[in-house]
Design a binder for this molecule. Structure first.
Ligand code: HSE
Length: 344
């Protein structure tokens, strides 16, 4: 399977590391033989129809800060959309940073790939939080898949759990923690008495925060994920602009201590039902199943027949999010040929 990777930050590089460490297993278990034919970052690109050497690609990025160093001398660089359109490949993986104002450049990359009949995997929340329905429609029109498991929950299959494991039941509402960075900050303040700024610096250093941490702190990231979930799980036609949002920048150590004295904990909670769509810091009971620590995400779904169930797992991190890309890739591989484990 030929793959174009667009965006080569922590998640893109983690995905390559997984491919390198598991290539034999991916083939023997899933019939997956990925060949990365192009890789683009903000400073250039490396292209090879035969498949790039993945160790060399990581080394170019590590040593020279750009995949363009793969060939030694810098070559002429066409635009990213030109590369996406003109390179023969089955799948484009879009992992550029999230832009929640106009979804660029991610949305243009996704459109270019779909128009040239490439399946798309993205962990970029911007395009889906702003234009969910039209992108799904474009995918259908071009007969390609648009897979986005890693946009919500990092490596935790929150979207798949709700969409696939509860088929036939109707989800009436859900509430939960969708942002790992703010949860990390709040729990570090609560458990270790760190100030907001100390906890934020720690989260940035560990690579949990968005390229623009304001997206985490002010609740935009959680709101984007909530909009994606509302569309995908509740069939609501909404965008991030429809989410009522408040972040955690006003939550100081005093507020955390006050909550603690009442036997409660402060968490940034996202909520969706058929009318409401909101993200705000709330005091919750420590024994509430969604009251998790660190970068964990947790969502409780309330459904018509089977009641409440909660899914919890790591919501941020390079390898975690890259594992969601791999799940999507295996699904696409299965959808375009006979699932490997069903082959005789
Ligand atoms: N910055 C995001 C978070 C990364 O902290 O949850 C995963 O989407």
């Amino acid at each position: 399977m030929r793959i174009i990777i667009v965006g080569f930050g922590v998640v893109g590089q983690s995905f390559i590391k997984i491919l390198l460490s598991k290539s034999a297993e991916l083939y023997s278990t899933f019939g997956l033989n990925p060949r990365v034919v192009a890789c683009v970052d903000s400073n250039g690109m490396a292209v090879s129809p035969q498949g790039l050497d993945l160790s060399r690609l990581l080394e170019a990025k590590r040593m020279k800060k750009s995949v363009s160093a793969y060939y030694g001398n810098k070559k002429f660089c066409p635009s990213t959309s030109e590369i996406i359109e003109s390179t023969e490949a089955e799948v484009m993986i879009e992992v550029t940073p999230t832009n929640l104002e106009n979804a660029e450049p991610g949305i243009s990359h996704i459109v270019s790939a779909m128009k040239t009949k490439k399946h798309v995997i993205t962990v970029n929340k911007g395009p889906l939080a702003l234009a969910f329905s039209s992108l799904l429609e474009l995918a259908g029109y071009n007969n390609v898949r648009l897979a986005f498991s890693g946009t919500v929950g990092g490596g935790t299959p929150i979207l798949e759990f709700a969409k696939k494991c509860l088929r036939g039941d109707r989800i009436l509402s859900f509430r939960g923690i969708l942002n790992g960075t703010t949860n990390y900050i709040l729990s570090k303040m609560e458990e270790e008495g760190l100030t907001f700024q100390q906890a934020l610096a720690d989260a940035k250093q560990k690579g949990y925060a968005e390229a623009t941490p304001k997206l985490d702190i002010e609740g935009y990231d959680a709101a984007a994920k909530l909009a994606i979930m509302a569309n995908w799980i509740m069939s609501r036609k909404v965008s991030i602009a429809d989410v009522s949002r408040c972040g955690i920048s006003e939550v100081d150590l005093n507020a955390i201590r006050n909550a603690r004295q009442k036997g409660k904990a402060i968490r940034l909670i996202a909520y969706c039902d058929n009318d409401q769509l909101n993200v705000m810091p709330l005091e919750i009971q420590p024994d509430d199943p969604i009251c998790v620590s660190g970068t964990l995400n947790a969502v409780t779904f309330s459904s018509e027949y089977s009641g409440e169930k909660t899914i919890i797992g790591r919501g941020a991190g390079g390898l975690e999010t890259a594992s969601a890309i791999l799940r999507d890739l295996i699904e696409i591989r299965d959808s375009i040929s006979v699932p490997f484990d069903l082959m005789a």
